[in-house]
Design a protein around this ligand. Sequence first.
Ligand code: ARG
Length: 464
Amino acid sequence: MKKSNSKIWGGRFLAPTDEIMEEFNSSIQFDKILYIEDIEGSIAHSEMLSKQNIISKDELELIKSGLKQIELEISNNEFNFSVKLEDIHMNIENRLIEIIGEAGKKLHTARSRNDQVATDIKLWLRKRIDQIELNLKSLQRTLIEKSEIHFDLLMPGYTHLQVGQPVTFGHYLLAYVEMLGRDRGRLSDCRSRLNELPLGSAALAGTSYPIDRHFVAQKLDFSKPTENSMDTVSDRDFAIEFMSSSSLIAIHLSRLAEELVIWSSDRFNFVKLPESYTTGSSIMPQKRNPDAAELIRAKPGRIFGNLLSLMTVLKGLPMTYGKDMQEDKEPIFDTAKTIELCIVNMEGMIKNLEPVPDKMMEALQKGFPTATDFADYLVKNLKIPFRDAHHLTGKIVLLAEKKEVALENLTIEEIQTIVPNVDISILDILKIESSVSKRTSYGGTAPENVLQAIKKAKRRFLKD
Ligand code: ARG
């Protein structure tokens, strides 16, 4: 008997595919999650084929009912996926032919898996981006609500993880609201750039059938068809943009997570994490470990890894499609899933996070955070140049350190041993509350500013 290859594309082959190669070549194990988008795309494509009289109305109806049946079979876990059929596109097409016969063989007219796969990924990613944006917005809302409760709660603001100047907890939380706002902006930029329809670019050169790409674009809610068929089938930069936007989200969340780890540690004790987001130790009964925060701190590892992996796959790849591009999917899927989980878990932690004001104040007092205010006072009231004021203030800090008291607990006599002509109004300057309430410059930490910033953040980020 003559040897042959039974694949959809097997006509010109004499030998069957090696089983080891079949396994290696297939993507069905991971691209099956694209089934809804693949069917959505095929329905729009076949509607266009019928409108353009490339297939008949009856054939269109058969194709649509077959595809709907397949969608049900897959969602009910009744579909038999096969690595022999390589990917989701051919698994579905093959099943369609099984169900409806001849008409099924016409679905692939005027398209290729190259424009099909690009369309599927874009449709899938668009949904994920919309969901991630919603998750970010919800996290922003939770941060804003917390900051409203604690708009005037005093805590140390750090540089170099050393106490710098006092700030409010509300102001600190709003810093993350800003970061996440920029993250949302990046995602929506990415979404609008990717929102062009690949279908109709066919294998790489377009097609000779009288297709209507604008019709398909409209059906699938793309802003327009892509402009160049070669670019279209080889473009994955939208995925790189998504993964780099996700990397920035991961960076921001990991910083917040790291602070939660440090602050919930027994040395700091600035915050209590909700029990529901911590775990016990299997051996040390006293422990309550910040696992959720630690995982969020660690996840940039895989998110950056995914980004780097796709960048490496695409670099130097000759135009247009190369099988290399099948390697795009796992990093994209994993990134979307991971970043969503990070955001949702972070929100869970923030929702029931409880600050511990006494501990924050204790750290403030130990850190001499009003030293800058003292130096500024000398400049403004005694006309001492800032550099000299800085030096004199250093001496005051040394004195407080020696006496083991907070700056605000030094007596006026003690201060006058270093700066003889200060009067008692300086004592108020050294108070932590007064330092904070004076920071009214635009974007500063004064509680009255924070209240304004909260109002504005609600308008900027939470409307509709
Ligand atoms: N499974 C392939 C992928 O994910 C689909 C496109 C295949 N195209 C081709 N010409 N072999 O990239």
